[in-house]
Design a protein around this ligand. Structure first.
Ligand SMILES: [Zn+2]
Length: 351
């Protein structure tokens, strides 16, 4: 379906910059009268706002425009092994409200009823008007096939070929579903960093690969399954059935069992292998990633032992988003998919 002019302006402004009407005309190859007309409508609908003036050495300074962040909200949900996290994010993808409840996942009717109740409690707690939510993103610890609308497999939750219709029915708005590590990876993307590997060190270890601002999904949606790369041949039994997977050495439980010294040895080995394969930055996220800052020096020294190519290991970074990363990433995926619903809600003329 062809995008309307207003949708094109909306998507351009969603990238987060402020710009003048002239910038918009140039970026979208539109005439100034067209831009003026549509920008006026978007301002009247409360979707765009004027935000300062452009630098200029002569004449009148052009007014800058930006999206009004508070013009719309999206919902982000992370289905964990034990916990469910809920967040809302504004139009720019900034975290607004957050909450979590303990509700171990079971693909049974009763679970979806409890899930729905928990979501309503979250809305009530923060006085969120669910009819104003543009859409939702749901983060799930498994391989998602969005074309077939199913979870292909989640070892950790013990489901296979699970349809997502029951989830959709339990939500008050349209939703997109995404792998949890992909969601968390998404949150670390910025104008300065758009290509990196994200390592999610949670109860199940996962990862994702961001290439030039887009997630690399692979042929069968399994790219970045870093937890099941074999780190120690013949080593510890992994829940997936193999032996020696990174998951068995890099989960928070493994850290508790082994202590930092041994844990960092294993992490350095994986970090070095990933660097050899992709030659990209590595962002360390998940529960362990959120507390790894004091250990970074040791990790870099240990990784340097395996690196014969670089003088300094300067490509490993702790994650920026420490809490609610999966839920926030899911919300941003929801924003990407449903943000422009705002134009329909505001009954913008489609032209
Ligand atoms: Zn495994």
């Amino acid at each position: 379906m062809a995008q309307t002019v207003q949708e094109r302006i909306f998507q351009l402004m969603r990238r987060g910059q402020t710009m003048t009407r002239q910038d918009i005309a140039e970026n979208l190859s539109l005439s100034m009268p067209t831009v003026l007309q549509h920008v006026t409508r978007l301002i009247e609908a409360g979707i765009l706002e004027e935000w300062g003036a452009a630098q200029s050495n002569w004449g009148r300074k052009a007014k800058m425009l930006r999206l009004r962040p508070e013009a719309g909200d999206v919902l982000g949900i992370n289905i964990g092994i034990r916990l469910i996290e809920f967040v809302t994010a504004d139009l720019m993808g900034n975290l607004r409200q957050s909450g979590a409840i303990s509700l171990p996942f079971r693909d049974e009717p009763d679970w979806y009823i409890q899930f729905q109740r928990a979501l309503l409690d979250f809305f009530a707690q923060y006085q969120v008007d669910s009819s104003q939510i543009l859409g939702a993103g749901v983060s799930f610890p498994g391989i998602i096939d969005s074309q077939r609308n199913q979870v292909v497999r989640s070892h950790i939750l013990g489901v296979e070929h699970m349809g997502l219709e029951r989830f959709e029915k339990a939500l008050p708005c349209p939703a997109v579903f995404e792998n949890d590590a992909n969601c968390a990876c998404f949150v670390e993307r910025s104008a300065e960093r758009d290509s990196y590997v994200y390592l999610s060190l949670n109860e199940s270890v996962g990862g994702a690969v961001m290439l030039r601002g887009r997630l690399w999904m692979g042929d069968t949606f399994q790219a970045g399954e870093l937890g099941h790369m074999i780190l120690i041949p013949g080593g510890r039994r992994c829940y997936c059935g193999k032996q020696g997977c990174a998951d068995a050495y890099l989960s928070p439980q493994a850290l508790e069992q082994d202590g930092w010294e041994t844990y960092l040895e294993h992490l350095a080995l994986l970090a070095s292998n990933l660097r050899m394969l992709l030659n990209l930055d590595l962002v360390i996220g998940g529960q362990v990633g959120s507390k790894i800052r004091p250990q970074m020096d040791t990790l870099l020294v240990k990784t340097a032992q395996y690196d014969r190519f670089a003088r300094d290991v300067n490509y490993i970074f702790p994650c920026g988003q420490q809490e609610y990363a999966c839920a926030l990433g899911a919300a941003r995926a929801g924003l990407e998919a449903f943000g422009s619903q705002l134009l329909h809600k505001a009954e913008m003329v489609v032209s």
